[in-house]
Design a protein around this ligand. Structure first.
Ligand SMILES: Nc1nc2c(ncn2[C@@H]2O[C@H](COP(=O)(O)OP(=O)(O)OP(=O)(O)O)[C@@H](O)[C@H]2O)c(=O)[nH]1
Ligand SMILES: *[C@@H]1O[C@H](CO)[C@@H](O)[C@H](O)[C@H]1NC(C)=O
Ligand SMILES: *[C@@H]1O[C@H](CO)[C@@H](O)[C@H](O)[C@H]1NC(C)=O
Ligand SMILES: *[C@@H]1O[C@H](CO)[C@@H](O)[C@H](O)[C@H]1NC(C)=O
Ligand SMILES: [Mg+2]
Length: 373
């Protein structure tokens, strides 16, 4: 029995209308992983960016948050960056297609861009850091700073003699979230060279942050070296005295101080992993806090790290409920690993780390303190 041609036509037209409607309303989030690809702003075209037309079902990929990966690195970090990006792609991002922003105070070379771009069809942008966001500000006395570096080098403080490390710590403390390439995003996930993600990440941490009003997420915490932050806490107290309204009534002060704020206990979130809300850093409170610290000069006269700076700010200015421990994210930045200890989580995540080696309750970890808040 012949099907009337009119009916066939009607069905075809309906299908076409449906498909077009779908494409328009779901632009950017349509179907195959390839469709995540948006043209890289400053990179060679990807080897295969032909969009695939689905032939059977429409797999609608999960909704995405307003978020990006942020990777500060040098051209010479290429091997470590490739390893880290592969790791995050395999365990998470191949199912999501979140974009990447790479930042450097020197231009990324073509080799770097070519070798990184091939790793994912997600959008990748390569940015140059403005001069004033990286190098010491005018009020820093270079002689005094050089003497401090020499002294810390002699005292064998880790990175104590390094100027570039100080530029990096100050940049990560107060500038990365103002970079034009990051301006369009709210949440970032900081990734460093040579890190590992040890478990499948099946629920989207960015969406978790967005949907649960979280501002700062961590996996590992530990103690800072006292010699790098000798006057940091005094400077923080000065700021707090001058700006008492900035301290949140339901803060996490007890994470960073054991005596109600008189002294810093050195606990901080290890900032080589961070999933956080840049609007918190961009806000008036954190910006005035950073300016205050920057004027004090400790990024250069000592060696203040972005980890204690971020951690102290999060602990004082946020409600503690806005800070989140990502237990399910198996993460390693040598020499330390956080591995999910919950058996089911470890199984479900097909984790490649050993829970017995998890840093969580190591003597040098601050997680116990976090738990007891
Ligand atoms: N562009 C640029 N990136 C840097 C520089 N120094 C450090 N970084 C990046 O800043 C981050 C932190 O630097 P690391 O050298 O990893 O410092 P760390 O994590 O304290 O120490 P290790 O990883 O143990 O060496 C990494 O993402 C580096 O790639 C620099 O001079 N220029
Ligand atoms: C879909 O997005 C691309 C780039 O993201 C744009 O060029 C195109 O016009 C958009 N199409 C529709 C139908 O909105
Ligand atoms: C994403 O967040 C940034 C920073 O809050 C904001 O400026 C931008 O408009 C947001 N984009 C979208 C699509 O919501
Ligand atoms: C969301 O978090 C911010 C700070 O992180 C806090 O000030 C605000 O009260 C929270 N909002 C809700 C609805 O919980
Ligand atoms: Mg590192």
């Amino acid at each position: 029995m012949a099907i009337p041609i009119r009916n066939v036509l009607i069905v075809l037209v309906l299908l076409a209308v449906l498909f077009v409607t779908f494409s328009i309303h779901n632009n950017n989030t349509l179907i195959s992983p390839k469709s995540f690809a948006t043209p890289s702003v400053d990179s060679p075209p990807l080897p295969d960016s032909t969009p695939e037309i689905p032939h059977t079902t429409l797999h609608v990929p999960p909704e995405r948050a307003n978020a990006t990966f942020a990777i500060l690195c040098r051209n010479s970090d290429i091997d470590g960056v490739i390893q880290s990006v592969r790791s995050i792609e395999d365990r998470f991002n191949r199912n999501h297609g979140y974009p990447y922003v790479f930042l450097n105070e020197e231009a990324f070379d073509d080799e770097f861009k070519r070798r990184v771009s091939v790793l994912s069809s997600a959008q990748m942008e390569f940015g140059l850091i403005p001069h004033d966001h990286w190098y010491a500000p005018s009020w820093i006395d270079e002689q005094k700073a050089a003497a401090a570096r020499q002294k810390m080098e002699e005292d064998q403080v880790i990175y104590g003699g390094s100027l570039s490390y100080r530029n990096m710590c100050r940049f990560n403390s107060g500038f990365f979230f103002r970079h034009p390439l990051l301006q369009k995003y709210r949440y970032y996930w900081r990734v460093e060279p040579w890190v590992h993600f040890h478990c499948d990440i099946s629920s989207d941490p960015f969406l978790f942050m967005q949907n649960n009003n979280k501002s700062y997420g961590f996996t590992i915490s530990m103690y800072e070296f006292q010699s790098t932050i000798v006057t940091l806490w005094d400077t923080v107290k000065e700021f707090a005295r001058a700006n008492p309204k900035t301290i949140h009534p339901d803060n996490a002060l007890a994470f960073v101080s054991d005596d109600g704020g008189s002294n810093f206990n050195m606990c901080h979130f290890w900032s080589n992993f961070e999933i956080a809300d840049m609007d918190f850093w961009r806000g008036e409170t954190y910006m005035s806090f950073f300016e205050f610290l920057d004027r004090a000069g400790g990024f250069y006269y000592e060696r203040w790290g972005d980890a204690p700076v971020h951690s102290i700010a999060a602990s004082l200015f946020l409600p503690r409920s806005s800070i989140h421990f990502f237990e399910e994210i198996g993460y390693e930045h040598p020499p330390y690993t956080h591995c999910p200890v919950d058996k089911q989580r470890w199984l479900d995540g097909r984790c490649s780390c050993n829970p017995e080696n998890s840093f969580d309750y190591d003597g040098y970890s601050c997680l116990r303190r976090w738990d007891s808040l």
